[in-house]
Write a protein that binds this ligand. Structure first.
Ligand code: MRU
Length: 356
């Protein structure tokens, strides 16, 4: 994707350093940051300088490369893997990526371990880029079908940032959007602000602007009314963990949008690469839901009139707050899952048929 007309990936390895775009500085500043140690990678995931399920998986993979650069000892590597897996609890990609790396690296005591690790981390990134592009190609068909019937601008609602910035390139929910835009299909995106961290406002709107895709920010509670008034043709969201039965765990608020979409007969799609599928967890109540610091609710960050970053408190100190980061949308509210292999029903059969 392009930032100020220059093509970027969200993470890359250069001169023994992992380069990331510090997402806590967006949209006001575009800062590329160096990660030099595994603990810097752990921290970048924890404080959400990198975020989004596929990107935190890729960062963890590169984190293990950094760990090997620091110390080739297997016990250090194992400890690093544990730290990385624990850095955020909900998105399954983190564990998926670490397990995939450790399968290649466990027991390797030769000097080759660094090359093996770097090759696998690069492979994870290349695969994610390819899968996300394919998600776009499959999802494009849905947008084309709607456009063939409507013959007018297609209004798509999305939640949080399941965009380029959440992946290596293309994004998941945004990939069909970018494909449709490049094909000249008139689209307009309703971007949920996505409180409390405002990934919709700060990141999705930012990247859509950079790619010149028409979009409008809305407060999180606005989608229902827009759906009732015929202003939403479809919803596409991402996923942090999709269970084998098709239930989808994604950014808090996704479930409420799916309920509103169902009530208004609006197609509700989830876009995800297979690295987001949790084949093991049987029941959605067993998914660990991240609970973040309530400061994210009570404080807000932005630029003051002089262009300086400021953090201000927005409600009384005495008010108690709870900050849960993800919710679960049951499969019955999902029209379809858009994956790298094609579109399937959100169900055990649907996923089984696609991923034999
Ligand atoms: O808390 P975040 O910003 O990491 O949450 C990201 C999301 O919820 C995305 O929608 C999800 O990772 C899917 S992204 C491809």
């Amino acid at each position: 994707m392009k930032i100020e007309s220059k093509e970027y990936r969200t993470i890359w390895f250069e001169n023994n350093v992992v380069k990331i775009i510090d997402q806590t500085k967006l949209p006001h500043r575009f800062v590329i940051k160096d990660l030099k140690t595994v603990m810097e990678a752990v921290n970048a995931i924890k404080i959400m300088e990198v975020r989004g399920a596929p990107l935190i998986g890729a960062t963890a993979a590169y984190g293990l490369v950094l760990s090997i650069l620091e110390n080739k000892d297997q016990s250090f590597l194992k400890k690093s893997a544990d730290y990385l897996i624990k850095s955020r609890p909900t998105a399954i990609n983190l564990k998926w990526a670490v397990d995939r790396m450790m399968k290649k690296l466990s027991g390797v005591n030769s000097d080759k371990i660094f090359e093996i690790a770097l090759k696998e981390a690069e492979e994870i990134c290349k695969e994610d880029e390819k899968f996300c592009k394919n998600i776009g190609i499959h999802g494009l068909k849905i947008i084309e079908d709607i456009h063939n019937k409507k013959k007018d601008t297609i209004n798509i609602l999305t939640h949080c940032n399941a965009g380029w910035l959440a992946t290596i390139n293309w994004g998941t929910a945004t990939s069909p959007i970018y494909q449709a835009h490049r094909k000249g299909i008139p689209i307009h995106i309703w971007v949920d602000e996505t409180r409390p961290r405002n990934q919709g406002a700060n990141l999705t709107s930012y990247e859509l602007n950079e790619e010149k895709v028409p979009n409008t920010l809305i407060a999180d509670n606005t989608g229902g009314l827009l759906m009732q008034r015929g202003k939403v043709d479809m919803c596409i969201v991402g996923s942090d963990r999709t269970l084998a039965n098709g239930d989808v765990c994604n950014k808090i608020g996704t479930y409420l949008k799916a309920l509103a979409a169902k009530d208004n007969n609006i197609p509700f799609y989830v876009a995800l690469p297979s690295s987001t599928i949790d084949w093991k967890t049987k029941y959605h109540k067993n998914i660990p839901i991240e609970e973040r610091n309530s400061d994210e609710l009570s404080h807000i960050e932005g630029l003051d009139n002089d262009g300086n970053f400021k953090t201000i408190r927005i409600y009384p100190k005495k008010s108690k707050a709870m900050n849960l980061a993800f919710d679960v949308t049951p499969a019955k509210y999902i029209t379809g899952l858009i994956t790298e292999k094609g579109i399937c029903e959100a169900s055990t059969e649907g996923l089984k048929n696609l991923f034999k």
